[in-house]
Design a protein around this ligand. Sequence first.
Ligand SMILES: [Zn+2]
Length: 327
Amino acid sequence: MFMARLPFFHATIWTALAVLISVSFFPTTTLAAPPTVVASIKPIQALVKMVMGPIGTPDLIVPATASPHVFSLKPSQAKKLEQADVVFWIGPTLETTLEGPLDKLAKNARVISLLNIPELSLINRTDTDGHEHTDDKAHNEAIDPHIWLSPTNAKVMLAHIEQTLIAVDPPNAPEYAANAKKAKRRISILINKTNKFTEHMHDKPYLVQHDGFGYLAQAFGFQEAGFIQTHPGREPGAKHISQLIETIKARNVKCLFHEPQFTPKLAKRLGQEHGLSLREIDPMGTDLSLSDTTYVRIIQGIVLTMQSCLDPHLPGDGKEAHEQDPK
Ligand SMILES: [Zn+2]
């Protein structure tokens, strides 16, 4: 009887101790103040959040509704840069208009350009599409900067974010390490599941609105046949449009994916005139709340929408299949 009461006694002591610690010591002595962390775009904010976990929440500069290619900084966003200890961004070929403000405002911050991580697997556009993007401010370099759409690159970025946060905030190192490990495992599961889910989508060509989805196509073996905008945020010239129409006919393209960050006017016209099904895919996760699952939900959201057009009979989320199967 005495033995049986011991665990309860222990539990009571530990509860009392925990309350005592959390009330009187936790805020001042045990927990180090987390660094002020800022991310340029929402997918990067989502990756940083995975590593920070309950320690803190990174601030966002470019709202997810805007395209990072054609973004202008407001005073409130400038203030976030001034107050930051760490800033994570992709680099000047993506968030072009952030380069100047980062130089001027983020003087006290450790500014990390994720595109410079040597371990990343990068797409050189001169190799993949046969022509160079030399005449455009946003895409004036051959390296495709939309690196977060490769989940394998996302894992590389997680490791770099983890190392950076540990260097800035050593007392929380064990937390950052544990969170990053969990995050990488989560993304490995995402990769495996998506590979299985997309098996029947490999031979179905499609168009996208701007040249931002090359990493996704490469990661899962999709057939991206082309893109509408040669310059992000601007409608293309007549020559490019006629080339697209050729591609639609020659490759029997049935699906066109546009993005909430750009107007779908031309996409809709092409869709109507050439019998394409239109779907909206969002590389920024505009409608998603910020948590440690946001990144995974961004990729899942894109792939599920693509599947609903490219392979609607695949029992996946099943919506389209259910609509058509009852007869
Ligand atoms: Zn882009």
